[in-house]
Design a protein around this ligand. Structure first.
Ligand SMILES: Cc1cc2nc3c(=O)[nH]c(=O)nc-3n(C[C@H](O)[C@H](O)[C@H](O)COP(=O)(O)OP(=O)(O)OC[C@H]3O[C@@H](n4cnc5c(N)ncnc54)[C@H](O)[C@@H]3O)c2cc1C
Length: 382
């Protein structure tokens, strides 16, 4: 694995860092406090090519690869985790369409996702009764003439109220005939489609600037050309997308944790107790040492998975290892950051409490820590 970044990767990292420092970070507390969906910021990210980092240039993307994407995600997440998750899902949707779409689907949606004409993309897999086990989904798509008609409910859909396009999974063969993960297909549904109702925004612990909604499909009619990939072959698309998505979420967690550590260092040098900066106490130094070690280990695992994906190597286990380690390490780091800030860390005066709230969900979405361990154990056991 190359630890040295190439010129493109450095450029993407710098563009994301500059924009995060200049535009995103100053707004992050306000976005969180007022649950403000960061539309204007997303437009700026699109102008920098960061809404489709790994989508080929001929489809309007930056074509910069997975490592560059992971680095950009870290920079944005270090400034605002809500913005980062919106960016992560949009990038994932662009990549899925670029990889599995017909020419027409690719030409229609990818440039719109990349340019910001679609404010965001949405990934609609989870349902009220089907989270870790998407094979239990109940949403159906039935053929009616040349069209498909979708009925059912989706749950927890990031950017669902703003998305220009939804990637939606639905059962196309009855569970009695093709149970579990077989008989599921994937569809592209445009935002605002007739028969697609967006439910009430979730009142979440963190990521309060990201939009999370249930969706209801009631006789939602899409043309035959909306089918993405093969009929009854949708589950494979979901799993491949999530493998890549897990690199994005590990990067998001690393970015949040990096900010928490940097702020802890500043605070520890500044805050005096017993007539000296708390950074002089070994009890605080050991915390900082553990935080930095966790952070770098997470970064290396995440870069390894990104590097393998970029080279077309199998990377499913590595993506799960990166996600489970990075998200749990980031949780430890953010928790210690609150501790180092003492009572002030428990207030909105410092970002430490926001980081802790924001980072918690990274151990849940795109496959919980338990699900990642199932994937890793399956591979270890052979
Ligand atoms: C803020 C947010 C945004 C999200 N965005 C999206 C999105 O854009 N699109 C989308 O499709 N989904 C999205 N999700 C859904 C997310 O992926 C699911 O919440 C997640 O997959 C877990 O599903 P669940 O919530 O139904 O929990 P469950 O599957 O009910 O799990 C409950 C608990 O049981 C454990 N568990 C389940 N099965 C096993 C097992 N076999 N062995 C051991 N433990 C097990 C889980 O790990 C968990 O701890 C989002 C969720 C949140 C909170």
């Amino acid at each position: 694995m190359d630890i040295e970044l190439d010129e493109t990767q450095r450029m993407v990292q710098k563009a994301a860092r500059d924009y995060a420092d200049r535009v995103i970070r100053p707004q992050a507390a306000d976005i969180d406090k007022h649950e403000r969906f960061p539309k204007e910021i997303l437009k700026g990210l699109a102008e920098l090519g960061l809404m489709a980092v790994n989508v080929p240039e001929e489809l309007g993307g930056a074509g910069a690869g997975t490592v560059a994407y992971a680095l950009a995600m870290q920079e944005v997440a270090a400034a605002c985790a809500s913005t980062a998750v919106t960016m992560a899902v949009t990038n994932m949707v662009g990549e899925v369409i670029a990889r599995f779409g017909t020419d027409e689907q690719k030409q229609h949606h990818c440039p719109r996702l990349a340019s910001g004409e679609h404010v965001a993309g949405a990934f609609a897999l989870s349902e009220p009764e089907a989270g870790s086990d998407p094979g239990g989904m109940r949403t159906t798509a039935r053929k009616d003439g040349d069209d498909w008609v979708l009925d059912g409910e989706k749950q927890w859909i990031t950017s669902g109220a703003h998305a220009g396009v939804f990637v939606v999974w639905a059962r196309t063969s009855p569970a009695s005939e093709r149970p579990g993960t077989r008989g599921i297909s994937c569809f592209l549904v445009p935002g605002g489609a007739k028969g697609l109702r967006v439910g009430k925004h979730e009142d979440k612990m963190g990521l309060r600037g990201s939009n999370t909604v249930p969706l209801v499909f009631e006789g939602c009619r899409v043309p035959a050309s909306a089918l993405l990939g093969e009929l009854d072959g949708g589950f494979k698309i979901a799993m491949m997308a999530l493998d890549g998505g897990r690199i994005g979420i590990s990067s998001q967690a690393i970015g949040i944790a990096r900010a928490a550590l940097a702020e802890s260092v500043v605070y520890a040098k500044d805050r005096k107790q017993f007539d000296k900066p708390i950074a002089d106490f070994q009890g605080i130094q050991w915390k900082l040492a553990n935080m930095k070690t966790d952070l770098d280990a997470a970064h290396l695992l995440s870069l390894r998975a990104a590097w393998m994906k970029e080279r077309g190597l199998p990377f499913s286990k590595e993506a799960s290892m990166a996600k489970v380690f990075a998200t749990e390490a980031a949780w430890r780091i953010c928790n210690q950051a609150v501790q180092i800030h003492g009572g002030y860390g428990y207030t909105r005066e410092f970002a430490a409490e926001r980081h802790l709230r924001d980072v918690r969900v990274t151990m849940i979405y795109e496959g919980t820590s338990e699900v990642q361990r199932i994937v890793i154990a399956r591979s270890v056991l052979g």
